[in-house]
Design a protein around this ligand. Structure first.
Ligand code: NAD
Length: 513
């Protein structure tokens, strides 16, 4: 007995003992090897998935490319109506899907529900957007001419996603891609395949109820090899890939090799600057949630705290004492703050990070360690740790995808803190805690944070769907979700119409015949 209503949730979402990992929209089939999904919560086998073969992939692509021909001519507001219905289905399944996310990925139940809420929110956003896919009208330099731009659907969008947001990242992409008239082929993380199956089951109902062409939403499952079929496929004009910088560098090159487009959402190394004018109470809440929430497995998790020397000890003591109150355990139990890491490999990486920081001269302030005994049978539960470190340490320069927080001290001005904050390869999320207007504005200015997300008096972790989400440098440069992120899912066309009886050339060129 799994408890917490997991069994019921799996039933509601159509998850079986053995699941077909390949779906062409309505038809599920699969001929690949079996992938097993174990929960990091209790180490139990949740279900098995038949992965996709290259031949299965071909069938998926045939289905997707055929569906695109039909879907692209459906008016955008009607496509919006489909996304609206999808959002409604998500509302009905929020509890079940949130539980599955929590159980298969290990994040807290509240965060599991929050992830599904993000899916619902992006659907609402996309519905409104389906009537606002605007282009500009420009004045032509030639008399009797009209010039404007318009956006057309792109085609098949390939989505590769990471384990830590096993459902929301897919929805950020699909909700926008669908209203734009694209069809999607999704390869979820091999660490959270059942979340993918559940999402596909939900959208399949909408496709069926609306008599839509099969192939609008396709699913393939497997490891990086099935992902490579997608990235190297000329029939896929856009690859949206979320995951590590290591993966992004490979995917970017493969997609660029065929001159396709890629939208990359890669690793972060996010910092909060704490200046002498910071509100310490707010800083502690933001930093602790940022560092230990989702067991430090968010791309926006707080990795580094850059604290001014004048308040260093005060902030350090407050954070260390807050860590003492953290309850680590089953994330489905809402009394716990910190759940497990995704798997034993992640635990190994966590242990290595702690060894490395000490080897490089760091000082452990809050001891880490792997938990064992009752409630920790999966072997994936670790203690959130804090180390005093230097920004130059190799380990600090890399993203440690676990609850390890590095404290860095700065002296001098906020410019010095900004230099430390920017002094890493990644550029996803950043924050400053200050009540000083000058410091805040400088942080947001052209000489301030070099990240895609820069916050004032908020931590680094999490974001709203209304803004464009993504980061610079090794984070990949892509933008997803809100603002005008939709434009990446469409192709832009500039149109000029001559309504006169002569043919004047641009730039005043004369060409008399
Ligand atoms: P990962 O890079 O190991 O895997 C991500 C996905 O890429 C998986 O589906 C995997 O199968 C696939 N993949 C790996 N190699 C591939 C290849 N050569 N070709 C095609 N597909 C390939 O990442 P992960 O461990 O699942 O996730 C954690 C990482 O994701 C962290 O670095 C985190 O910061 C990042 N992340 C970034 C964002 C963002 O929006 N910037 C969001 C979530 C996670």
């Amino acid at each position: 007995e799994l408890g917490f209503g997991i069994k019921e949730a799996l039933d509601q979402l159509g998850i079986k003992e053995i699941n077909e990992g390949t779906s062409t929209g309505l038809n599920n089939f699969s001929n690949g090897e079996i992938l097993e999904s174990y929960s990091p919560v209790d180490g139990e086998l949740i279900g098995k998935i038949k992965t996709s073969t290259a031949a299965d992939y071909e069938k998926v692509m045939e289905s997707a490319t055929a569906a695109f021909k039909q879907f692209r001519v459906m008016p955008a507001p009607q496509r919006g109506e489909i996304v609206r219905q999808f959002g409604e289905k998500l509302r009905k399944n929020k509890e079940a899907l949130g539980k599955l996310v929590s159980y298969e990925m290990g994040k807290s139940l509240q965060e599991g529900y929050g992830e599904v809420q993000e899916m619902i929110d992006i659907c609402d956003f996309a519905v409104g957007l389906s009537r606002q896919l605007h282009g500009l009208t420009m004045h032509s330099e030639r008399p009797g001419h009209r010039m404007y731009e318009q956006y057309h659907p792109l085609g098949v969008v390939g989505i590769i996603s990471a384990f830590n947001f096993p459902v929301a990242v897919w929805a950020w992409n699909t909700a926008l891609a669908w209203i734009c008239g694209d069809v999607c082929v999704w390869k979820p993380s091999e660490k959270t395949p059942l979340c993918g199956i559940a999402c596909q089951n939900i959208i399949a109902e909408v496709i069926k109820e609306n008599n839509l062409p099969e192939g609008i939403s396709c699913l393939i499952n497997g490891d990086y090899k099935i992902g490579e079929l997608l990235t190297s496929d000329k029939r896929v004009p856009l690859i949206s890939a979320t995951g590590s910088t290591r993966m992004g560098k490979i995917v970017a090159q493969v997609v660029a090799g065929r001159l396709g487009s890629s939208l990359l959402e890669l690793g972060g190394n996010n910092a909060i600057i704490v200046t002498p004018d910071a509100d310490i109470k707010m800083t502690v809440i933001g930093a602790v949630f940022g560092a230990v929430g989702t067991a430090g497995q968010r791309c926006t998790s707080t990795r580094r705290l850059i604290i001014h020397e004048s308040i260093y000890d005060k902030v350090k003591d407050a954070i260390v004492s807050a860590y003492k109150q953290l309850r680590i355990g089953n994330p489905l139990d809402e009394n716990n703050h910190v759940g497990p890491l995704i798997d034993k490999h992640a635990v190994e990486m966590y242990n290595q990070a702690l060894e490395k920081v000490v080897a490089e001269g760091g000082k452990i302030l809050v001891e880490g360690g792997v938990l064992s005994g009752e409630g920790y049978e999966s072997g994936c539960y670790v203690k959130p740790a804090i180390a005093e470190a230097d920004n130059k340490f190799e380990i600090v320069q890399h993203e440690t995808f676990a609850p390890v927080l590095y404290l860095l001290k700065y002296s001098g001005t906020v410019e010095d803190a900004i230099a430390i904050q920017n002094g890493v390869g990644q550029g996803l999320s950043s924050a400053i805690m200050t009540n000083n207007l000058r410091e805040a504005e400088l942080f947001l200015s052209v000489t301030g944070s070099d990240c895609g997300i820069a916050n004032v008096n908020i931590g680094t972790s999490g974001a709203e769907i209304g803004g464009a989400f993504g980061g610079e440098k090794e984070t990949g440069g892509g933008r997803e979700s809100g603002s005008d992120a939709w434009k990446v899912y469409m192709r832009r066309q500039t149109n000029t119409i001559n309504y006169t009886t002569s043919l004047p050339l641009a730039q005043g060129i004369k060409f008399d015949l």
